[in-house]
Design a protein. Sequence first.
Length: 366
Amino acid sequence: MKQDSLAPRFPVKNHPSPTSPEQRASLIADPGFGRIFTDHMASIRYSDTEGWHDGKITPRTQLSLDPATAVLHYAQEIFEGMKAYRLSDGSMALFRPEANAKRFNESARRMAMAQLPEEMFIESIKALVRTDIDWFPTVEGGAIYIRPFMFASEVFLGVKPSSEYQYLVIASPVGGYFKSGAPAIKVWSSQHYTRAAPGGTGAAKCGGNYAASLIAQAEATKHGCDQVVFLDAVERRYVEELGGMNLFFLFEDGRIVTPPLGGTILPGITRDSIITLAKEAGLSVSEELYSIQQWEDDAKSGKLTETFACGTAAVVTPVGKVASQNGEFTIGAGGPGQVTEKLKNQLVAIQRGEAEDRHGWVRRID
Ligand SMILES: *Cc1c(COP(=O)(O)O)cnc(C)c1O
């Protein structure tokens, strides 16, 4: 294969005993989410003395870590989440991978980690997808979910930024979320726990944010809810986001509101894409603070007609009910709304090469 002379090369060491075609076929016919993995992984190492080196594709295998490896103690770790899609012409593509590469480095900067050249990030993913292309799921709406991540690999218990990092990419065939009539979720507003404070790590995609959100997620589950909706940590009034998805509020007059980025909200690439598509559809989008009380009042008066959450994994998910210690309220009829469905379908059509890609978001893997 001809390669751009500037693009980093990833030598491929093939798996000595790959999954048999029969077993693979049965796995990718019903993959679920994050439960099965392809045969290979990408890796690159970093040290302060050598810089980035040893980029390669190898069989996916267990890691061997010294018990004093820094990440196990101080959680210096970041990740990304993206998907490889199959376009209607049969070729494979990534959606806005440059945005993931850029965000990965913004997360790295916040966590005092080494930054990875963007072309290395993108090429590592393309090389892995090319190697494991036969793992593309056969279910309707399937994709290969890609998980790049990086952790502090120095063996040292001192509290300081690590001098060594391990970057890895693993891939997981996943099923579709966009069967029509996807159920609306019920969210739990935690009165006690917050996700991110000003000056903290809310805008970084780090494992620690998820670790801190799990107790609130368990509380949500206990109350019969699917997800937590987090409020701002200062006033405990303004709606921020779910544990792993951004939020949009739709009004009867065609307005759309989404909470503003400002350090405590993860800047979702789906969020950014939806803002662009909604504006193109003639809706007026504003990034402004929206309180939980206003959310309830607007839902009850009928001014607010729809709410949805969005992110790479589930794309767009309608929110039907909001519950808290003080009771619950329903949005619209409690099911998926029309504008939500329309925006979701538009985004999915672009991702699959079925609609015109006016913004150059789709990057083919050749
Ligand atoms: C990853 C993530 C999102 C969604 O980001 P996308 O780029 O749209 O996938 C939203 N919120 C949090 C907390 C996240 O970690």
